[in-house]
Design a protein around this ligand. Structure first.
Ligand code: AMP
Ligand code: ZN
Length: 112
């Protein structure tokens, strides 16, 4: 499968690793929308939030633990935002589940 985030997860495509363990990898977004903009992904290929089910949801819980850890490490004490764009309307451009962890500025709501 020609998936850019699978290639990042396997090390085939180099990236700026922020965090990594056997289940997930977190790396800097190449087109940052905030001073801190990290993508956290499962190493397993899951296409989007729409594909989450009982058999693969544990990694999502783990991703949120990692998000809190990275936010602490990056000193995002004022707050941060975690977003997963799912499907066409939300503007998902990479079809491998990923969570944007953004911080270091104020955010509007509702988002775009
Ligand atoms: P989305 O549009 O929500 O699917 O998010 C995809 C994100 O992946 C965008 O913010 C891109 O800037 C980012 N992105 C695409 N290719 C890479 C890459 N090779 N390394 C890091 N981030 C990437
Ligand atoms: Zn993939």
């Amino acid at each position: 499968m020609d998936c850019i985030f699978c290639k990042i997860a396997s090390g085939e495509i180099p990236t700026t690793v922020v965090y990594e363990d056997d289940k997930v990898i977190a790396f800097n977004d190449t087109d940052p929308q905030a001073p801190v903009h990290v993508l956290i992904i499962p190493k397993e290929h899951i296409a989007s939030m729409a594909e989450i089910n009982e058999s693969n949801s544990a990694v999502v819980a783990h991703i949120f633990e990692v998000a809190a850890l990275i936010a602490r490490e990056k000193g995002l004490d004022n707050g941060f935002r975690v977003v997963s764009n799912c499907g066409e309307s939300a503007g998902q451009s990479v079809h491998h589940l990923h969570f944007h962890l953004m911080g270091g500025r104020d955010f509007g709501w509702p988002a775009g």
